[in-house]
Design a protein around this ligand. Sequence first.
Ligand code: AHG
Ligand code: MN
Ligand code: MN
Length: 341
Amino acid sequence: MTGKGLVTIERHIIEAEREFPEATGAFSNILYDLAFSAKMIAREVRRAGLADILGLTGEVNVQGEEVRKLDEFANEVIFKALDHTGHLCGMASEEVEDFIPIPDRFPTGKYCVLFDPLDGSSNIDANVSVGTIFSVHRKVSDHERGCVDDCLQAGTRQVAAGYIVYGSSTMLVYTTGNGVHGFTLEPSIGEFLLSHPNIRIPNPGQRIYSCNEGNYSLWSEDQRRLVDHLKGPDGENPKPFSSRYIGSLVADFHRNLLYGGMFMYPADSKCPGGKLRLLYEAAPLAMIAEHAGGAASTGEGRIMEVIPTSLHERTPLYIGTKEYVQMAERFLAGSGVAALV
Ligand code: AHG
Ligand code: MN
Ligand code: MN
């Protein structure tokens, strides 16, 4: 219980805005538009398995419209919810190669939004949780209608970040730097209700590690020793960690945020720069992890401090319980099994 009765996301955002008398409402509106997009995407994700029996697959559906993949659908929903509001100077999406300008017919504003419209989408046919990740930055360029530089900012400069997980229920989790708050969608009334105020990664929490261990042979020696250590066979760690890997970053991260644990997507010989995207995946989740008392690292340093040089830049990622992330950094620096948790 929150002690404040039922709190919708709208009320939560408005109450937070009242603490900033100079606020114009633009920022609150962006968050509200993202919550609205989440409901639209959740509705479509819920119907995903019905496409075949309702005759919605194939090139063209019964209305003669082309059927889009869910990640393209999600991309368009977010773009259309935000393009005309006058609050943004541009967007960037994992699904779109270049900076996304605001169409000329609409006014522009002082923020930009970056997003992964549907994370874990390869899982969707198996009815596994997927998600959306977003990040909000302030406009910094002199370009009147925004430009790519507004998106290429370090994570420390995010003014908000969040994700939606479309799981057994739909949840939206976000931070503006003042606590991490989680809302669960009440589907019958279509409202996100505050269900997880002020989330902190439990400490001590569960000893969980999450990674694609199928890549073991592609990993560096240090990375292998880290995972060997977590599993216990090095004899230095008598109580092995549990392994949990869904393959949807949002879902893996969400579980570890609530239970404790560390998600890793290391660099490997196939992806020497890592697989996950800095701007759409790593940086926004890093902001949430840090504000929940956790940490996020490239393996060498803070994700939040990485200054991006291109929109689709990738990074290795270690994220979750702070002491586990610090342990990973020690292993990757070659400190080996002397670096114990
Ligand atoms: P996306 O669906 O947005 O492309 O992201 C997929 C990502 C992420 O969700 C997940 O953690 C990772 O890919 C899984 O990768 P592997 O299949 O290589 O384990
Ligand atoms: Mn993704
Ligand atoms: Mn995606």
